[in-house]
Each structure stands twice: as C-alpha cells, then as structure tokens.
Design a protein around this ligand. Structure first.
Ligand code: C2E
Ligand code: MG
Ligand code: MG
Ligand code: MG
Length: 290
C-alpha cells in the first residue's frame, strides 16, 4: 500500500476498531486524572540550520506518562483533550514549561535559542491565550522574538476568520507564528498573504520520500521557493538521513528538524546536547556533490 499524507486510515478489523474505542474511552477517563497527578511533561526536539547543522532552537512536544496507560503520545491524547475541553489547561502547561525551559536553555553557553510551542486552534477561540503568553514572556524574562507558536495548517484554514484576531494579537507580542504540517491542509494559498505568519513548516510526509520521489521533491522545492518569495522562512520536518539533508540544502531550505539531528529529548538530555555542542559543531557537514 502506498504511503500517503492522510492522517488516518478508516478501515479496521472489528477487533481493532473495538480496541481503539476502548483505548479512547480509557484516555477520556485517565487524562483529567493525569493532569491532576502531574503526569504530563515536555520533551524537546532541536531545530537545526540546514546550512551549518548548528542548533537554532527547540520545539516543545508534550508527553503523558501514567501508571494506567504507560507513555502516550500527543497524536492520541491531544485530540481527546480538544474534544473534552482539557486542551486549554494542557496548552497553558506547554506554554509555561516551554518558556521556563527556554530561559534555562538560554543560560547555557550564552546562546541565543528559539523555543517553538504547538498551539491547538481550539486555544485560539478566545483571547485568554494572549494574556497568558504575555505573562509567561514577562515572568521568564524571554525575548519574545525567540518564542514561536506552531499552528497546524488544516484546522487553521477551516477557522481562519475566527482565529485571525488572536493571531494578530499574538504577533503584536513580538513572537513569531509558524504554519505546521504545511501542505496537508488542502487550503487556498490566498490566505497566506493575509496571514501574520513568519515560517512554513513542510509536513514530514513530503520529506519522507524526497530523494526517491520526483513529485515530492517538486512539492518541497516549490514550497521553499514560494515561502522565500513571500519573505517567509521554511522548515522541513521529519529529516532522517543525510541524502534528504543534501537535497534540502540544495533547495535552499532554512531549517531542518528530525531524527537525523536529534530525537525529542527530555530536559536533562537536551541540556547535555547543548553543552556538548556549545564548542564543537553538532554534525560534520554533509558532503557536497554526489
Ligand atoms: P508536529 O508538531 O508536527 O510534531 C512533529 C512530530 O513528528 C513529533 O511527534 C515528532 O516527535 C515527530 N518527528 C520529528 N522528527 C521525526 C523524524 O525524523 N522521524 C519521525 N518518524 N518522526 C519525527 P509527536 O511528539 O508524537 O507529536 C505529534 C503531534 O502532536 C505534533 O505534530 C503536534 O501537532 C501535536 N503536539 C505535540 N505536543 C503538543 C502540545 O504541546 N500542544 C498541542 N496542541 N499539540 C501538540
Ligand atoms: Mg509542531
Ligand atoms: Mg509539524
Ligand atoms: Mg507533523
């Protein structure tokens, strides 16, 4: 079966469907308890310069680890949180931890780093996120230009009129906005020019077969060219090997993120990564040519 960019497959054996529904109910039950028990935490995945490989910053990714369910990824529990209203609280947690840890990372090696935090469109329907973000920036003494919010394209495009005022208020705080999973939203490109966004993050599904599939390569190259023509930065996510890196460098992509550079790390591991790369380059540069 060919790998496509769609999110889910909708055909399951009955047994599998049944298993999924049980899991979902279990999550609905456990998630509020996990929040109360402090079972949520953030992990950090680096974003690296495509040109030099150096770490430019991190993206904060949420994890849930509880006795009843073990470790659960956000692809499972964020949707549940959105449906049950818990997302507001999870969103504040991500913002608070992300800002606190950015301030701690900054202190290492005196480096200037960015922190990207994922925001659900559900968090953008009222303006409480604006005051909360302003407070986190102030409390942690963060330069707002080093804070970045990532918003998934599909949901954004569907709710643009409703969330636009919030995006402008957030932009006015001085932080930058990124369209996450770009290319999967089936949306009109017209809105890009009206949207207060600084960065496009190309979805992993286009990066996966970049080297093997000429059509995917064309999509990636075109997004990079269009982004640059609009004055935007372009990030590629899900970068796993050097051949992809070489091609993205050839296309002029600005930033890369993926297992090639680093997997998501807990705070301590990320701190060690920063310490060991403060003096020496993280990676040998990819060989040119080929
Ligand atoms: P995303 O923001 O597009 O994050 C990228 C996902 O791809 C992450 O999965 C990351 O671990 C994974 N990834 C990165 N590089 C590679 C790679 O080279 N290979 C492979 N196979 N995977 C890679 P994760 O952490 O499971 O997060 C999934 C999604 O959950 C995120 O997609 C984001 O939309 C959402 N999410 C995560 N944390 C939060 C949060 O705090 N708030 C909200 N609202 N959503 C979150
Ligand atoms: Mg993201
Ligand atoms: Mg993404
Ligand atoms: Mg993605």
């Amino acid at each position: 079966e060919s790998k496509r960019c769609g999110r889910g497959r909708f055909t399951f054996f009955d047994a599998e469907l049944d298993k999924r529904m049980k899991r979902r109910l279990e999550l609905e039950h456990q998630l509020p308890l996990a929040v109360k028990n402090g079972d949520l935490y953030m992990v950090y995945q680096s974003k690296n310069s495509i040109e030099s490989g150096e770490i430019l910053g991190f993206e904060a990714l949420m994890r849930l680890d509880c006795r009843a369910l073990g470790t659960v990824g956000p692809d499972e529990f964020i949707e549940v949180a959105e449906d049950t209203g818990l997302i507001e609280e999870l969103g504040r947690f991500a913002l608070r931890k992300g800002c606190e840890d950015l301030a701690r990372f900054q202190a290492i090696g005196g480096r200037s780093l960015t922190m990207a935090i994922n925001v659900s469109v559900r968090q953008l329907v009222d303006d409480s996120i604006v005051s909360y973000t302003r407070q986190m920036i102030a409390d942690n003494g963060i330069d707002p230009t080093q804070l970045e919010l990532e918003i998934t394209e599909s949901l954004l495009a569907e709710n643009l009129a409703q969330v636009m005022p919030r995006l402008e208020q957030l932009r006015a705080l001085g932080l930058s906005l990124t369209i996450d999973d770009f290319g999967t939203g089936y949306s009109s490109l017209g809105y890009l020019t009206r949207f207060p966004v600084a960065t496009l993050k190309i979805d992993k599904c286009f990066v996966d077969d970049l080297v093997k599939n000429a059509n995917d390569a064309t999509v990636v190259r075109t997004i990079i060219q269009m982004g640059h023509a609009l004055g935007l930065k372009v990030v590629a996510e899900g970068l796993e090997d050097e051949a992809q890196w070489r091609m993205l460098r050839q296309f002029g992509c600005d930033i890369g993120q993926g297992y090639l550079f680093s997997k998501p790390l807990d705070y301590g591991q990320a701190e060690r990564l920063l310490q060991t790369t403060a003096k020496i380059p993280l990676l040998r540069p990819a060989r040119e040519g080929h």
